[in-house]
Design a protein around this ligand. Sequence first.
Ligand code: NDP
Length: 258
Amino acid sequence: MDTPSTTRTALVTGGVRGIGLAISAALARMGMQVAMNYTNSSEEKVAAAVEHVNCHRADPRPDRDGRTWAVRCDVADEQQVKSMIDEVVQRGDGLDVLVANAGIIRDNLSAFMDLADFKTVLDVNLVGAFLCAREAARVMMRQRRGRIIFVSSISGLDGNAGQANYAASKAGLVGMAKTLAKELGQRGITVNVVAPGLIDTDMTAALPAELRERYSAATSLRRLGRPEEVAAAVAFLASDAASYITGQTLRIDGGLCL
Ligand code: NDP
């Protein structure tokens, strides 16, 4: 699964924290150059994340060659996304893997949800992923190869009370991935989705302990997931081993759906 690849370049949106950071590390371990996107994290946190990812390389050493770097961009902003992809392509000499992982929540029961909160979540989670995928696809079509992986959620597949905005955005990724898979397959580009269950990150740290325990009890494995467990699946989908898989959604939920 850890396909050696010294020249491939990956972009991970929301790549400096949580699941995104674990994905960045997993792709670096495969030998890829990794551009880690962020928007609000502090410079200190970003620098630490870049160092952390380099430590996961087979040949950890000071990153004089610039194999890992951070790129600031709000994925919901079309112009910023265009600039980010241009920068990554120039610095990485192409773009082979896009992991559209950046995401936010603004939970509330639908009857009480502000329209602004509904739209903001759609803008970041769905429109942001579209913008990144569109710009990446333009590069990958010229290269005639590429991997696009969306980070969805079981909320998008099953629904979840209090998450009408989030679930809609994550369900949208599934339909978009299938469409892109059909559009881009003949250019050698695969498009897939991972749909994690509850994973232990900043995003879920604030959830009431009772809810986290209820979720754990409902899984076959009786626990929350770890970011590295999502990253392993993404790394597989980005590897040569997954060359004939496209348009698929992989649940990573510890057996919640069983
Ligand atoms: P975190 O809240 O820990 O991290 C979110 C990341 O997204 C951060 O790096 C953040 O950047 C980035 N981000 C947010 N908004 C933007 C934006 N507008 N532009 C660019 N980057 C942005 O979340 P997780 O690691 O938990 O989640 C990662 C993905 O996995 C999300 O899409 C989430 O929906 C999904 N997911 C998470 C689950 C979980 O249980 N944790 C379950 C299922 C899916 P910055 O660091 O600058 O703030």
